[in-house]
Design a protein around this ligand. Structure first.
Ligand SMILES: *Cc1c(COP(=O)(O)O)cnc(C)c1O
Length: 381
């Protein structure tokens, strides 16, 4: 039988999208204001169970940019950033003329190491005479970072946190019996609704803000910083970062299935683990106690680069897409000059790790087939 291509991660459609989009068309809201934007923001807030405010924006990258702007980051500043992430986490630091300082991961969550974070802060204070302006944490592949420890460190040095939860909508940590959702943990937090994320608006993002007042400021900057005047009056530099109402309509429909998509991705992760349970030298990104990942992507670490590449190529020749883990940003040519604190945790994960197909519409049969192909390679060795 011919198999069609299996992608790493694509959005699922629940069938209600067209209705919401039709409604926006019928009501004539085709631009960057409208009831669908308000509704989408409200639904997300409800899902997050937070008192914070939320602004829908044109992308996750735009949300990081405006979040850093809100934290007052400017060209004389350094911003601490998790090295093990997508380049979109760090680029807005550079947009603002500030300098990223990269910090390595720890092995439990693969996210920022509190130990290296402390080392980085202390050393930057010693070398530059001032503390970094912000700490940019990522909940990578949906796994919450060690937020309790990191918030304590941030408080000690009075540095605000920007949480890049682009991949972690639906993930949470249980603290003293209370669920704290990713995206509600930072002073500002970011989501992405790009086509490969857990829900999509075809392209879009959101910035979670501490209160309505700061959210209004974010809306102001996202709309070219237009002053209150009948004509176009501008005192400050703004951006065109608003989400279209049509995209928000798509988002409204998608949010309805969010819990379902999280459950499905978690189930996919469980099935891969069961299929590969006989090979304990293959390691997964495990949830520490009280951590709950949306498992946006299921990831697997092999014994060596060679083994990882053999599996990746074998999958590819069977029309199955997989991808090495993120290349740490301190190893990217773009950021080679930036300071880095850590050892080789992220580097080693990059070398040996692979992201497996994890779309929420992946079938059990497909998971079995992918797992069997992986086994063919690891048994051969
Ligand atoms: C997808 C992603 C982003 C960027 O989001 P866009 O909506 O594509 O701009 C930022 N950080 C991480 C970790 C991501 O995975």
């Amino acid at each position: 039988m011919e198999h069609s291509r299996i992608h790493l991660s694509i959005a699922s459609i629940n069938g209600k999208e067209q209705d919401f989009i039709n409604q926006a068309f019928e009501q004539g809201w085709l631009s960057t204001v409208g009831p669908q934007i308000d509704g989408f923001e409200r639904n997300l807030k409800t899902y997050l169970q937070t008192d914070k405010a939320l602004v829908a924006l044109s992308s996750g990258t735009a949300a990081i940019h405006l979040g850093l702007l809100q934290l007052g980051v400017c060209s004389s500043d350094e911003v601490i950033c998790q090295s093990f992430t997508f380049v979109a986490s760090a680029n807005p630091i550079t947009y603002l003329g500030a300098k990223p300082v990269f910090v390595d991961s720890e092995l439990d969550t693969w996210n920022m190491s509190p130990v290296f974070l402390t080392e980085a802060i202390e050393d930057r204070i010693k070398k530059t005479g001032k503390a970094p302006k912000a700490i940019l944490i990522v909940d990578l592949y949906g796994m919450p970072a060690k937020m309790v420890e990191i918030i304590a460190i941030a408080k000690k040095y009075a540095i605000p946190i920007l949480e890049d939860a682009a991949e972690a909508l639906g993930s949470y940590i249980a603290v003293e019996g209370r669920k704290i959702m990713c995206g509600a943990m930072g002073d500002y937090s970011v989501f992405s609704f790009n086509g490969n994320k857990i829900i999509t608006t075809s392209g879009g993002g959101a910035l979670v803000c501490p209160d309505e007042q700061s959210a209004d400021k974010v809306r102001f900057f996202a709309g070219q910083a237009r002053d209150a005047a009948p004509h176009y009056e501008h005192s400050l530099l703004g951006y065109n970062y608003r989400l279209s109402n049509i995209s928000a309509a798509l988002g409204q429909a998608q949010v309805l299935s969010l819990s379902d998509y999280v459950e499905k991705r978690r189930r996919i992760n469980k099935l891969y683990r069961l299929e590969l349970a006989a090979y304990p030298f293959l390691t997964f990104q495990d949830e520490p106690n009280n951590f709950n990942s949306n498992y946006w992507l299921t990831t697997l670490v092999f014994r060596s680069y060679q083994e990882r590449e053999a599996v990746r190529n074998h999958l590819l020749s069977n029309n199955i897409e997989s991808r090495p883990l993120w290349k740490p940003l301190h190893l990217q040519p773009l950021y080679a000059e930036c300071p880095f604190y850590g050892d080789a945790v992220a580097e080693s994960l990059f070398e040996k790790g692979l992201c497996l197909p994890s779309s929420s519409n992946l079938t059990d049969l497909e998971i079995k087939r992918i797992s069997d192909l992986i086994k063919e390679i690891i048994i051969k060795k």
